[in-house]
Design a protein around this ligand. Sequence first.
Ligand code: HEC
Length: 200
Amino acid sequence: MSTETTRGHSYDGIHEFDNRLPNWWLWTFYLAILFSVVYWVHFHTLGTGNLPGEAYVAEQKAAAERLAAQMASNPVTEEMLLKLAKEPAFVGEGRKIFEDMTKCALCHRANGAAAVVGGVPAIGPNLTDGHWIYGGKPMDVYTTILKGRGPDAKIGSAGGMQAWESFGQDFVLKATAFVLSIKNTNVPDGKAPEPYAKKE
Ligand code: HEC
């Protein structure tokens, strides 16, 4: 394939051959162009394909729907929550959620004891003691996390616990399992019970 034709220039006595590009190389080039046209038309002009971001969202949605369907045939009960609270892997997942400073730890501290740190009290109550505002039974805790709580004039509670339902059933179940696992562990130096909390 090489020819004796040169490009006609010379640098320090070095010449450059004027060879034709090999056919295999040209074909990868033509095919790449063809691919880009097909790709563009498929994804961007006709919109007949799911881009990776959209495909990911669709997969997540399908997974959430599968889980929701599972839950629908398997309603949340006290027994189920107690069982989940004894599954180390499940509680571990819940711990990760809880210790996230943008989630529960923001108001309850990472260990759930809501201790005063640097003179600043935690916003939320201590979840490791035996006092509960909205009840410490598994379904109470689950409902608190799912739907949020307060303020409630009847018991004089201040409110401020947000609903986490939008994070999905799985998230709420894991967080519930973790809270049940730290309940009554009475972590030292935890926050004193709120005046409107009841001993259980
Ligand atoms: C923005 C602050 C904030 C965040 C974030 C937050 N909480 Fe709370 N939480 C509160 C407050 C405040 C209360 C008490 C509400 C009241 O007194 O009416 C509370 C109450 C609770 C209770 C009920 C305690 C009782 O005595 O009945 C549970 C359980 C709880 N939170 C769990 C969680 C979990 C799990 C998360 C993370 C998924 C979380 N919280 C995130 C502020 C927060």
